[in-house]
Design a binder for this molecule. Structure first.
Ligand code: ADP
Length: 162
């Protein structure tokens, strides 16, 4: 049987426990999960591509079937290049739905073989996103329940350098 590969794309600026929850669930379904850090994102990121990748890499060291990569351009082209059958997206709340549905349908239009799989995180992460973490850290808020210690450290270092 063919190896089942899924791509989990995102900006991961930075990776949070919400993302990690989704990666764990995806790795139960697929033989290989590639966390694909988007090289160019519309908003200016706090962390550059290599910093974002490094933080993801450290978060998945205990997950042998999870790989970390970066990509630019169309997700469907990248998925084809990686021979992936599926794209993973996380759905936190109804507010995510409209945008995610639109993306999934556009991607299906571009490549009908690529399947988008939506996974829901544990409800304790359903309000969490990277932007909230960045806002909190700016005002010295405690982010320890939102990101792993190595990410917290990187966030604090960024703040100190400013
Ligand atoms: P964000 O939306 O936090 O800026 P990304 O662009 O990195 O994050 O998101 C990549 C994917 O991960 C998207 O499908 C997004 O919905 C999902 N995701 C982000 N945070 C969470 C979370 N707390 N729980 C579940 N999925 C999430």
């Amino acid at each position: 049987m063919a190896v089942k590969i899924a791509i989990y794309p995102g900006s991961f600026d930075p990776i949070t426990y919400g993302h990690i929850d989704i990666i764990k669930r995806a790795s139960q379904l697929f033989d290989q999960v590639i966390v694909a850090v988007a090289r160019n994102i519309s908003k200016t990121p706090m962390f550059d591509e290599s910093e974002r990748m490094e933080m993801v890499r450290e978060a998945v060291t205990e997950m042998p079937t999870v790989a970390v990569d970066s990509f630019q351009g169309l997700l469907v082209d990248y998925a084809r290049e990686k021979k992936a059958q599926a794209v993973i997206r996380g759905l936190r709340a109804v507010t995510d739905f409209e945008f995610e549905l639109q993306m999934a349908l556009v991607n299906r239009k571009l490549d009908e073989h690529l399947i988008t799989v939506f996974l829901m995180p544990h409800e304790k992460y359903s309000y969490l996103n990277s932007s909230i973490v960045k806002e909190l850290i700016k005002f010295n808020g405690d982010v320890s329940s939102f990101v792993p210690p190595h990410v917290q450290e990187k966030l604090l270092m960024k703040m100190r350098r400013k």
